[in-house]
Design a protein around this ligand. Sequence first.
Ligand code: NMX
Ligand code: MLT
Length: 435
Amino acid sequence: MNRLKEKFKENLTSLGKEIKDIIKNNGDTIVDQVSIKQLYGGMRGLKSMVYETSQLDPIHGIRFRGYSIPELREKLPTAVGGEEPLPEGMFWLLLTGELPSKEEVDWLSAQFRERANLPQYTKDVIKAMPKDTHPMELFSMGILSLGNDGIFRKRYNEGLSKYDYWDPTYEDAMNLIATLPHLAAFIFNHKYNDGKQIPPRDDLDWAANFAHMLGNDSKEFLELMRIYMTIHTDHEGGNASAHTTHLVNSTLSDVYYSLSAGINALAGPLHGLANQEVIKWIFEMIEKLGTEDPTDEQILKYIEDTLDSGRVVPGYGHAVLRRPDPRFTAQKGFAERNIKDSNLVEIVWKLFEHVPPTLKKYGKAKNPWPNVDAHSGALLVHYGFRQYEYYTVLFGVSRAIGVLADSIWARGLGLALERPKSVTTEWIKKYLGQY
Ligand code: NMX
Ligand code: MLT
């Protein structure tokens, strides 16, 4: 058994024992109540599942195994000569609960290089689709097709003990994470580079190799991909992509089925697709105003026109957060350190000044602050990456790290098939005594 599996198994055994005791001694303790507003309102705030790898605080934002993003920028290993954390380190942390050494992260980078395998039939699936198919659709189909080689389903059919479910889940998750940048780059080059594919390098870490296969080897872009792939990984279990992956995996559908489903959730404009919507909205503003250097008044009017036409301001608001998203702040920090003279970055910063007071003035949004999607497009465009329809695929490659770490935990802990109770409005009216 390799070192990562061994460490995981050790931690799984001790947490498994603790959970058994918690359920035995406190199984009937109430942790939450549900109101009718929550039943109709997307279950906001309802505590209803266990997800070990990260937890979201409305004020302070995401904590990965207890660590904030600024702490992880200090503590996670970086590439030689780099200063941004490597997402391999985040995967190690989420899976084991422990910070990895540089040597452990290098081992993981090598594992991902060795395990990457994009079969011809997956390439054929992508190529068979119409050229204007959205990249997220191709990405989801590609992931699903990779399941043909899945280890869990094979071992399950051979008669796998439930105590061993986590082991082939780990193997599938590692193979899938290793292959995702290759699948995503294949889609990118198929759609936007006349099908000219760029072979991977055998000296690069996971995120840098992805950047390389996307056609940009500049040091700054490799660093951007490392921080981007680290901060988008996980956002506790209730967000739509994590929860979908978790739900599907709870049926013992393997990680290929589960992640493909999670990616479908991420493709919605209220979720991950907002990163493409933000830049599209900004490009439309530039076109409408005829300038890349809009005044404060022009920006303010554009925001108000958007709201007055019954649309949302993309990249702003959040179901849980009530302060600027630390992932927005991390990306702003990257821009401050690395980017000079970008009109688009300036616009994003001006929006940060004007959107929150405007949303407050309109009085509907509970959180007027920027979320993770408000900044990423301006960074990507700065490095020549203008194909904004593709941006959510980047989010999806990163999100796999968090949700697949959760799948390994969920199968290790033997978490049950998810099956909450639904009610009808008729039931509610009866409950309220209105019949
Ligand atoms: N622009 C305009 N209106 C908004 C916005 C916004 N950015 N955010 C919330 N509202 C409205 C919302 O539509 C709702 O209106 P109504 O009562 O007419 O239905 C009202 O404010 C109350 O909504 P909240 O309770 O504040 O937000 P909720 O938890 O329902 O939704 C989001 C959260 C993220 C879906 C919402 O803020 C939104 O639509 N934001 C824009 C899209 C976006 O950036 N999504 C990305 C989220 C991050 N991610 O990557 O997943
Ligand atoms: C996420 O990263 O999943 C989004 O911020 C949405 C959420 O947490 O609900």
